[in-house]
Design a protein around this ligand. Structure first.
Ligand code: FMN
Length: 150
């Protein structure tokens, strides 16, 4: 199955994670491609691919810069995403108690509203932890890929 890794970022962490996830998927013999959400259109989402969305949180629980235009289009997108499966990896900082990791959740809710199905655990990286973002994401990945293949 082709895996499309989408990222939304402001300071580059989500992009690095997306690239590392894609490199790992390709090294393991599956096919993955990476897109910045600002270069991606909701119309491109099809049940033939599996989507991994990596997205941070900025402002006051809002989406990062490179996800904002996509989300505006996604909010008014009227397609039916029944049959589409995806996984979410959210970045945030638990220092922001009220809005921790909420940026990615805007995208997650819209996928679900449109009929898509999230598989695997909802992955998270907390910038207040000592964990390296890519280490957390690469640990999270195998169960998600297994769920995608199921
Ligand atoms: C100005 C600013 C606002 C932020 N607001 C939030 C927030 O509301 N909630 C949250 O969980 N994290 C927040 N963060 C933390 C980022 O989500 C975190 O640093 C993340 O790793 C950034 O990833 P990125 O480089 O892909 O944008 C904020 C960071 C900055 C610099």
């Amino acid at each position: 199955m082709n895996i499309v890794v989408l990222y939304g970022t402001e300071s580059g962490n989500s992009e690095l994670i997306a690239q590392d996830l894609s490199d790992k998927i390709n090294a393991d013999g599956q096919s993955a491609e990476v897109f910045d959400l600002q270069d991606f259109e909701p119309e491109s989402i099809t049940p033939e691919s599996f989507y991994i969305v990596v997205c941070s949180t900025h402002g006051d629980g809002e989406l990062p810069n490179t996800a904002q235009d996509f989300f505006e289009k996604f909010s008014t997108f009227e397609g039916d995403l029944t049959g589409v499966r995806y996984a979410m990896f959210g970045l945030g900082d638990s220092f922001y108690e009220e809005t921790y990791s909420q940026g990615s959740e805007h995208i997650d809710r819209r996928f679900t509203e449109l009929g898509a199905e999230r598989v695997g655990e909802y992955g998270r990286h907390d910038a207040s932890s000592w964990d390296l973002p890519s280490d957390v994401a690469l640990e999270w990945l195998p169960a998600v890929v297994a769920a995608a293949d199921a």
